[in-house]
Write a protein that binds this ligand. Sequence first.
Ligand code: ADP
Length: 451
Amino acid sequence: MKIWKTYEDYISGNFLDINTKDSGLPYWRDYLFVITITYIIPFSLIALIPGIIASLLAGFYAILVFDVAAVILLALIAFSRSIPTALKKVLFICIVYVFAIIIFDALGSFGPGLVYLLAVSIFMIIIFPERLAFLSVAINIVFCTLYGINIYFEFFAVHPSDEFYLVSWVAISSNLIFLNGMFSILIPRVFKGMQDTLNEQLLLKNELKSNQERLEESLQKIQSKNQELETFAYTASHDLQEPLRMITSFLNRLETKYGPELDDKAKQYIYFAVDGSRRMKQVILDLLEYSRVGKEHISEEVVNVQTIVEEAFSYIENNMETEHVTLHYSGLPVIKTHRVLLLQVFQNLISNAIKYCPEDRSPEIYIRHQETHTNWEFSVADNGIGIDEEFFDKIFVIFQRLHDKNSYTGTGVGLAIVKKIAQTLGGDAWVTSEIGKGSTFYFSVKKEKNE
Ligand code: ADP
């Protein structure tokens, strides 16, 4: 098997100028020719070498010369690298034609010579371009006519069995021409069908490739735009802090120094201005935090998620009213991840669960986890006000809030940070909720390969 494969590769390696696959039908014509040669070499050697020995012993020198010449020419076709493939094809067809004629001479018109005439024309139809398909019919018509004339006039000595058999020859050869004509119509039709299908496939392949290229290009553009935006957000929020600090400090000084002289209206204006700048500071800090996600290179470490949840909650306790809050969790896993990022996610989700709880209810928060083949999936479920399904996506977009600042404080950045962190960690964040009953926020992180 291996020897045959090596032989096959070697023979096809000798046809250096054959068409490439992209050319469609011309490639397949060349391919079929190479395959024909690959198989014909061992087969014909089996037939020709005993033929050479037999004709030498019997003194049939014409056959001997042909057999030797055929072996040499076939070897040239198969092993030469300098002869162009088109010429090899012509040589091959000539050999088979001569073979057919010799068989005619040796065995007469009722012998296998006719079969060879048909075979050679089928070879021609297959390996030559379509416009030459009828050439083989023409050659066979000419040959059959000449042979018929010769049977009648006996210019050359014909096989003894052919003498006076002109009528039989006309009947046989017209059948040959008939079959020949049929094949020269049918085979190119099949080939044309093949070519059309190949062209369609090629077209689809090219279309797919160009679509993919365009997609990649757009993706790259989006990525670079995103990066630009993030850099802008980072620089802007960073640079805005300084003037804001100045505004706040001068407003405070104004109040301290001129407080007694100001009337209530003026004091209220100062209060609004200070409150505004305080909120702006929060927005800037949140924006900075958002744009920092994924920028800093924090290394991964093995963390106990339960400890992270507790740490997040103790941070929240320092900043919010948490007296009536009950946190339920158990059996949270130990995973390898970016500790600070995970802490940030739990802080945001737990503080939202507390914040968005109706005043007449005590917040009940359940933290659960699930392990899939590739991810760790965590959920934070609350018994809060709930979210309408139409806002499930919107709330994860930066600065998108469903409430005004008087109902619930906030900047609309928390969930955007959660989503960005989850995506940075190879996962995602999403929500399910029922208005009035509560929400469950999910986020996933990709597992380490060795987890
Ligand atoms: P913020 O809380 O600062 O407004 P977030 O990005 O954390 O910003 O949340 C966006 C919006 O999603 C909130 O304004 C709120 O309407 C809604 N939301 C977030 N968490 C919850 C929750 N647990 N229950 C109900 N609504 C929520």
